[in-house]
Design a protein around this ligand. Structure first.
Ligand code: PGA
Length: 267
């Protein structure tokens, strides 16, 4: 629990961090292992922790399969994140994990509304219930939003992501802590990424929508980009002023790539 308390302090200081000079927010890197794991988790964590210890301006988190959460949360420098949570705190839901159980396993963050969960049936309303469940358990949610290829074809990227932010974040929660991950559905796992200008436009649309729901935290909300992030695309996208870090899937299974992306963010 000592590690969990330290993780809470790190997340709390990130959420509450006043804007630094120049409007910079705290930078963050989240690895989403999905239903995978690196072959040697201990060695992986050791490599990330030793680099993270020398980059105190960055928060690094891993969202592993739930069975590995305790191992991640036992690591000194790395925050543990759930990949999803059930909207109920407990009950007869075979195969699901609740927010309080994630918390007990040492998670301080949880991904919510990832497009792979939305593809399995998560609507904006379910996403809203899951956010409430995460907050009730003391977790900080990472709300994932992103447009489809059809939205791009219709020229509706900005309006689509703003609409998702407004539909998923409940009204009347101006202080709710949340991190937003902008993940174009067409970029996830495809090797394709939007240009820095396209990411900037979508992130700006998200940031413009936030004050309508979380007025107290909108300006300092961390916005991540996700979708086929590699060390090279991280270097290209780190200049986007509204983007504060990355949510990385495939490349997060490789410690060398994660360290390179941490260094790209820290530059
Ligand atoms: P990817 O996944 O980096 O493999 O595209 C990102 C994500 O799904 O969060």
């Amino acid at each position: 629990m000592v590690g969990a308390r330290r993780a809470d302090r790190q997340v709390a200081s990130m959420i509450a961090a006043p804007l630094r000079v120049g409007g910079l927010r705290r930078r963050m890197l989240v690895g989403n292992w999905k239903m995978n794991r690196p072959p040697d988790v201990s060695e992986y964590l050791q490599r990330l922790s030793s680099r993270a210890a020398r980059l105190p301006s960055i928060s690094v988190a891993i969202a592993p399969p739930a069975t590995l959460l305790a191992q991640i949360s036992g690591s000194d420098e790395i925050l543990a994140a759930g990949q999803d949570c059930h909207k109920s705190a407990s009950g007869p839901f075979t195969g699901s994990v609740s927010a309080p159980l994630l918390r007990q396993a040492g998670a301080s963050l949880v991904l919510i509304g990832h497009s792979e969960r939305r593809a399995e049936g998560d609507t904006d309303q379910i996403v809203r219930s899951k956010l409430e469940s995460a907050w009730a358990a003391g977790l900080t949610p990472i709300l994932c939003v992103g447009e489809t290829r059809a939205d791009v074809a219709r020229g509706m990227v900005g309006s689509r992501v703003a609409e998702q932010v407004l539909a998923c974040l409940p009204v009347g929660r101006p202080l709710a802590p949340v991190i937003v991950a902008y993940e174009p559905v067409w970029a996830i796992g495809t090797g394709r990424t939007p240009t820095p200008d396209e990411v900037a436009a979508a992130a700006a649309a998200i940031r413009r929508a936030l004050p309508q729901r979380i007025s107290a935290n909108a300006e300092r909300t961390t916005i991540l980009y996700g979708g086929s992030v590699t060390p090279a695309s991280a270097l290209a996208l780190r200049e986007v002023s509204d983007i504060d870090g990355f949510l990385v899937g495939n490349a997060s299974l490789c410690a060398t790539d994660m360290v390179s992306i941490m260094e790209a963010i820290a530059l």
